[in-house]
Design a protein around this ligand. Structure first.
Ligand code: XMP
Length: 517
């Protein structure tokens, strides 16, 4: 049985980061919303330690989220972070008040005493950098606690109840701006909670293969393959578990990047020997999009027809018992989160979430416990090449949403494919691909005047986009050198007939989005 840490979520932006940090220590962790935790659920999950996350609420308010008492009676060590510290204090008989001395960002704490959380990291008398983000603060300790660290804004920045093994800090130890945070977390997980480091991707792979074999039995599985990281890893993992009981279906809508469709076929059919149906539906999709300009309409047409074609291929196979999907842990957390709710639709991202109901088919989701970086490591472990495991995200509707404000024609699609291929080629050659989260070219609905040789040109303008990001929710534009941008611009203008001007997009998200439409 794996040792496990439970993270109780109070809605912090960085709760997932806590879970990842725990797993980086090779200890399995899961996140559960605060209002789903009961004594029974703790017995079922069987954690060796519990971490209470931060959160946006104020414990001073009556309706605010509270840590369930079961957490304290369960008998394992508990670590409260920020809001987690405050709700812990209130529930155990301490006091929290609004403070005029709010701390946001870098702060320093004075280590006033030693404790197991600080062992080998911080010593009495040290002054240490931490990251704070709080308005309220603890003003009276609960019985049994002592203070071990204080900052200017928080006299009780780090507190301990040694007998019960309860630890609570006002600062965020999970973020990199608390330079020793990871070591403190390791002290909690390994020394205080006593977890063994037995969560590895190698161990996960073996367990997942056994679980797939058990779930599928002699049934047949169908898997939609796009060439992206998640579906590729699902396909190869399933193939290793059940061989030819798996059939992959690659619906090619024709809006992939240059040569990408061939790469998918070569990798999976030729290298991995996976049964793969390649349905070239490029003409079909092209015809469906004639005269369509509005991005949401393009997305809808591509999304619904994609599903229809996939269903059709599944039917032709004579039915399958399971549909494999690349659901990841962040999707699972989002669907059970207490903070997820209706929000404004900025773009309707195409997903195939409705498929299992429509097809009346059981789901198999072997990656639902993993974060994206763990999926990449698993892909590597399964022998997938770097060009797949490290591949940038690519939108479902593909290049169709990068031909802006105009009808998709063969000519425009070819121009965009060529420019995009040159840009990515230059990024690879400069060894920048892995530093960048996503990079692509957008074809603009603008013609500009230029001089090529001695004659006038009147061709398209395009823009280059490159961003860094953690999860695509926020993003910064990438700072290329002038030499790099000059070289890409020269190559695109010289090698792509139809483009005579290259621009670079320096918008972050927000206020921009990553794609242009
Ligand atoms: P935005 O443009 O919303 O993009 O900042 C965030 C991430 O989502 C991708 N994206 C899509 N993915 N279908 C998808 O599967 C879509 O319609 C779609 N639109 C945007 C985008 O490439 C980026 O990675």
């Amino acid at each position: 049985m794996l040792d496990r840490i439970l993270i109780i979520d109070f809605g912090s932006q960085v709760t997932q980061l806590i879970a990842r940090r725990v797993r980086e220590n090779e200890v399995y962790s899961e996140i559960q919303p605060f209002n789903k935790v009961t004594f029974e659920s703790l017995i079922t999950f069987n954690p060796k330690g519990i971490i209470l996350s931060g959160g946006p609420a104020s414990v001073v308010e009556i309706q605010s989220p509270r840590v369930p008492q079961a957490v304290f009676s369960y008998g394992v060590p508990v670590l409260g972070i920020c809001y987690g510290q405050q709700t812990m204090c209130i529930e155990l008989g301490g006091k929290v008040e609004k403070s005029n001395n709010r701390e946001f960002g870098r702060a320093f704490i004075d280590i006033t005493d030693s404790c197991a959380l600080f062992d080998g990291v911080w010593n009495k008398g040290d002054r240490e950098q931490v990251w704070m983000s709080h308005g309220d603060r603890v003003t009276q300790l609960p019985p049994g606690f002592r203070v071990v660290g204080a900052s200017e804004g928080s006299p009780f920045a780090a507190i301990v109840d040694d007998a019960r093994r309860f630890y609570a800090v006002q600062f965020h130890l999970e973020v990199s701006h608390t330079p020793h945070g990871i070591q403190l977390l390791r002290n909690f997980i390994c020394n205080i909670a006593g977890c063994q480091n037995n969560w590895t991707i190698h161990a996960f792979k073996k367990k997942a293969i056994d679980a797939i074999r058990h779930q599928v039995g002699s049934g047949r599985v169908i898997c939609g393959l796009s060439g992206g990281v998640d579906s590729s890893v699902v396909a190869v993992l399933l193939h290793e578990a059940i061989g030819d009981q798996l059939t992959c279906v690659f619906v090619d809508h024709g809006f992939m990047r240059q040569n990408e469709a061939n790469q998918v076929i070569n990798t999976f059919r030729d290298c991995f020997n996976i049964k793969l149906i390649h349905r070239d539906a490029s003409k079909f999709f092209f015809n469906k999009l004639i005269g369509k300009i509005d991005p949401e309409e393009k997305r809808k047409i591509i999304g619904t027809n994609f599903i229809k074609i996939f269903e059709n291929e599944a039917r032709k196979l004579g039915g399958a018992d399971f549909l494999a999907q690349g659901t990841l842990y962040p999707d699972v957390i989002e669907s059970i989160s207490t903070t997820s709710g209706s929000s404004v639709t900025i773009k309707s991202h195409h997903n195939v979430g409705g498929l299992p109901d429509r097809m009346n088919i059981k789901l198999i989701e072997p990656l639902r416990e993993l974060f994206k970086d763990e999926v990449r490591t698993l892909g590597h472990e399964l022998g997938l090449p770097d060009k797949i495991t490290k591949r940038h995200p690519f939108p479902g509707p593909g290049l169709a949403i990068r031909i802006l404000g105009q009808e998709i024609t063969k000519d425009r699609l070819n121009i965009l494919k060529k420019a995009d291929a040159i840009y990515l080629d230059e990024i690879q050659n400069a060894n920048l691909y892995d530093e960048i989260w996503q990079a692509f070219v957008v074809l603009l609905p603008v013609h500009t005047v230029g001089v090529m040789g001695d004659s006038r040109s009147y061709d398209y303008a395009c823009t280059l986009r490159a961003i860094t990001s953690i999860d695509g929710m926020t993003a910064d534009f990438y700072h290329f050198s002038n030499e790099f941008l000059t070289s890409v611009s020269n190559r695109i203008i010289n090698e792509v007939n139809g483009i005579n001007r290259v621009t670079y997009d320096i918008t972050s998200k927000p206020p921009g989005t990553i794609e242009w439409e």
